[in-house]
Design a protein around this ligand. Structure first.
Ligand code: XMP
Length: 529
């Protein structure tokens, strides 16, 4: 399959470049920017993109590509630092600007552009811009090209007078000083499309149906007839991973295990069970361990201690229950790892990214042992989250699961501030279910990245009839985000908020007061604990 390679120099938006191009049907792979350009990396490669970076090219440790990059004949597109990198490598000059160019910046194509002075592919690349000749780009850089590398021509300039688009005279080499991968960049996605499809001539062969076929062939080769065990959390990733295993292997060899910790959302276990059974699961092991979790949490109020206790107990129950299955030693352990998880943990891709990721998959001894034995399979590891949802739909996973907001591993325990009790779990489950169902009914759910209710460790006074009563206080949270690393408050329509509040206090008598959290991240986090 044709692919576009992205060399990652550590920009926060590198992943977006890959995702946008895949939306046009072209497969992309991200590698650390300094990766040697091996035969494997270049296999079926049609073009290479150099990403942005937090570095300046003139810094001592600034990452550099394999120098062969410029002699292999591939079309190149440098984005921000990528352009500056190409410029510095090829004999031009990059210097600090007196002031950063940041945010929306107007960019205008040169008037009377002489297309014969640049490589013929330039016209195809810039075709989305030619009609209007000007557009609003999105920029974030403190350096600029003070002289172009020999052979390059400036095709467009920012409103501050700095080079915004350059092209080489003879080679299909281009540079954007702005970020076409960012939503706020006008025509940005079309520019990436032109680069991949027109300049590189990559064929749009990437589809979820094709992916399923590849997974089937890979698993047939790697796993054969051995059993495969997958731990299901109830979230999108593990459920879709389960569906994919059931589709691509003999369902008789697939074991799915799910721990009901008692800290799950309302009806979660039922939804998980019905989805997987409908998709043909034959060995679905649902472990009821609510009591074990609740007694372990008794008296604990410190959030980190709660997290640790849940994590440890999860691992020990998991070990115990897996041992009970008496699978042969040769069994494989499947995980719902995504492409972004690999990028963020620096495993082979984008290791320079200055990414803050606080929550990783639990590193259990079971996973470690299986990894050491080479018995881990990660069938979603080339997919972005949106693609996992598309794959889930293709495989027949219900919309309810496919569209589901993220849910933290420790579950409701980090949404009940202070001590966790069964009573509080039940109250929060009810409130959360009403809230989420209302969001869906009102068509708001899909506009929100994550929404949930939090049970506060205080009671406040209220009236019921003529009597004063002390009820629980809940906070509703709804945020928009790209990836959970930063978040904005969802601008909730006031009418909906008021109606939902009334519905909650009318339906759940233990709750006397509802508040809405209006904090963005940073400085707040998404969860309250
Ligand atoms: P924060 O609260 O750190 O949350 O802004 C960012 C994202 O991570 C989820 N989250 C967790 N996920 N274990 C998890 O698996 C955890 O302990 C945990 N804490 C927060 C949170 O729901 C949000 O999506």
């Amino acid at each position: 399959m044709d692919k576009i390679v992205i060399l990652d120099f550590g920009s926060q938006t590198t992943q977006l470049i890959g995702r946008r191009i895949r939306e046009w049907g072209v497969y992309t792979e991200i590698y650390p920017g300094d990766s040697p350009l091996t035969e494997e990396l270049l296999h079926e490669c049609r073009g290479i993109i150099l990403s942005g970076s937090p570095f300046s090219v003139y810094e001592k440790d600034a990452p550099r590509p394999d120098p062969r990059l410029y002699s292999l004949g591939f079309p190149l597109l440098g984005i921000c630092y990528g352009l500056q990198r190409m410029t510095a490598d090829l004999g031009g000059r990059v210097e600090a600007l007196p002031e950063r160019e940041y945010g929306a910046v107007r960019v205008t194509l040169a008037s009377n552009l002489d297309w014969s002075a640049v490589h013929p592919a330039a016209r195809a690349l810039l075709s989305p811009l030619i009609e209007s000749g000007t557009f609003t780009a999105w920029m974030s850089h403190g350096d600029s090209l003070s002289s172009l590398a020999p052979g390059f021509v400036e095709l467009a300039t920012s409103s501050h007078g700095f080079p915004a688009i350059v092209a080489h005279g003879q080679n299909p080499w281009f540079g954007f000083q702005f970020h076409p991968e960012v939503t706020h960049c006008e025509k940005g996605f079309e520019l990436l499309r032109s680069f991949a499809l027109e300049v590189c001539g990559a064929k749009p062969q990437w589809s979820m149906a094709q992916y399923v076929e590849e997974v089937r062939q890979n698993l047939a080769r790697r796993v054969g007839k051995e059993p495969v065990l997958l731990l299901i959390s109830g979230g999108v990733d593990s459920t879709v991973a389960g569906a994919l295993l059931l589709k691509t292997l003999d369902p008789g060899q697939v074991h799915l295990m799910y721990l009901d910790t008692g800290l799950m959302r309302k009806n979660e276990t039922t939804v998980v069970r019905s989805n997987l059974e409908r998709l043909g699961a034959q060995h679905l092991h649902i472990i009821h361990c609510e009591d074990e979790f609740l007694s372990a949490l008794e008296g604990l109020t410190d959030p980190e201690e709660k997290r640790r206790t849940i994590g440890d107990l999860f691992i020990s129950i998991q070990e115990r229950e897996v041992a009970r299955l008496k699978l042969p030693d040769t069994y494989f352990l499947a995980q719902g790892t995504l492409y972004t998880d690999l990028i963020e943990s620096g495993k082979g891709v984008g290791k320079k990214a200055h990414v803050i990721k606080s929550h990783h998959n639990v590193r259990s001894p079971l996973v470690e042992a299986k990894r050491a034995a080479g018995k881990i399979i990660e069938p979603l590891d080339r997919l972005y989250k949106d693609e996992v949802r598309a794959l889930g739909r293709l495989l027949g996973v219900s919309e309810d699961v496919v569209r589901r907001h993220p849910f933290p591993g420790p579950g409701l325990a980090v949404r009940i501030l202070g001590e966790v009790t069964r009573e509080k779990c039940d109250i929060l489950r009810e409130v959360d279910a009403i809230y989420i169902e209302e969001l869906k009914k009102r068509g708001l759910y899909d506009a929100i990245w994550q929404a949930f209710a939090v049970l506060l460790p205080i009671r406040s006074v209220g009236v019921a009839g003529d009597v004063r009563k002390y009820g629980y206080v809940v906070a509703l949270r709804a945020i928009t985000s790209e990836d959970g690393m930063t978040a904005d408050v969802f601008p909730f329509p006031m009418k909906d908020l008021l109606e939902i509040s009334t519905l909650i206090t009318n339906t759940v008598p233990a709750v006397g007061r509802v508040t809405y959290d209006i904090s963005s991240k940073p400085p707040a986090t998404i969860e309250w604990e």
